[in-house]
Ligand binder design. Sequence first.
Ligand SMILES: *Cc1c(COP(=O)(O)O)cnc(C)c1O
Length: 375
Amino acid sequence: MIPFNRPCWVGNEAELIAEAFAGQSIAGDGPFGKKTQALLEKQLGVKKALLTTSCTHALEMAAILLNLQPGDEVIVPSYGFVTTALAFFMHGAKPVFADIRPDTLNIDETKLAPLINNRTRAIVLIHYAGVGCEMDTIMEMAERHNLVIIEDNAHGLYGKYKGKYLGTFGALATQSFHETKNITCGEGGALLINEPSYIERAEIIREKGTNRSLFFRGEVDKYTWIDKGSSYVMSDILAAFLYAQMTQKDEIQSKRKMIWEHYDQYLKDWATKNDVHLPTIAECCESAYHAFYLLMPSLNARTHFINYLKENGINAVFHYLPLHKSEMGCKLGGEQYHCPVTEDMSDRLVRLPFFNDISKKELTAVTEAIQKYIV
Ligand SMILES: *Cc1c(COP(=O)(O)O)cnc(C)c1O
């Protein structure tokens, strides 16, 4: 069976973990945590990167930083990961569900205006599959309405929009290092802070609501309870693992580009003949090559296609289910939102196996099986 995802090692993860043990400091913000944060800041050019236990937790930190008041609204794409909306709901926001563009499957900036009112505080974006949202329009809109932009950049690490790294546009951005992402440590994440006024409070929220970070830096002589927060710091064992992966990012990204281009090249003609659509990368974007997907002509066609691939030893998957129509989404009044593109794409999208060490043989097996299939 060719899996949809297989975790891939760069090779020296175990060695660096052993080094973390030898240093006898494996709690958070140890030597590897500091090195990894500094590396991420340098690679992307962000003011502050804070490693967290997950992207979900980084999103929760962003939500807490917004100081949401009852009635405040946060716009999220309905075509998104559950916690992209959940994190903001948990910390007091009413999620408002936006539809996506049919070409990139990113939030549709042309449909945002009617969703904005005087209770709107923030817009959360996902750079789907690693291709940037229309940041010029969105940033201009945020400025005009005084909204905070939060990039859920779980797919977009090292992708660019008009030459600028994704994750560096919003006041806040989040990364995931879950096993299924380009760079991983099993479970993990980061909060990127581009608006410096958030830094001090973010450090407090991440350290259980205390000013422990100031204490560790010797800026206060004891630490105490200051604010809301939780235990969001990543262990140094995981930071060591992550450091190994992050130092190999060029190699990882070039492997992923090759995988994406293989699929694109060998499926183009088949797709045209079978009324299937391949992903679009806008000209002003450099993809992070997080995923490769096909848009089948219908839900029925997708179901048959996924079954066919399974019978041929290939595990292809679909996602996301429209958040506004989920059980929780409905309880929050989701049915009032009109997201036809989300509903359509959610029925038709299928993701192909995509992981750093997928072999040429495996890739060829996938494309050959697909080429034999008539939709
Ligand atoms: C994976 C993912 C998340 C969640 O990441 P965790 O690190 O597992 O919390 C959030 N948003 C998007 C878009 C994702 O792809």
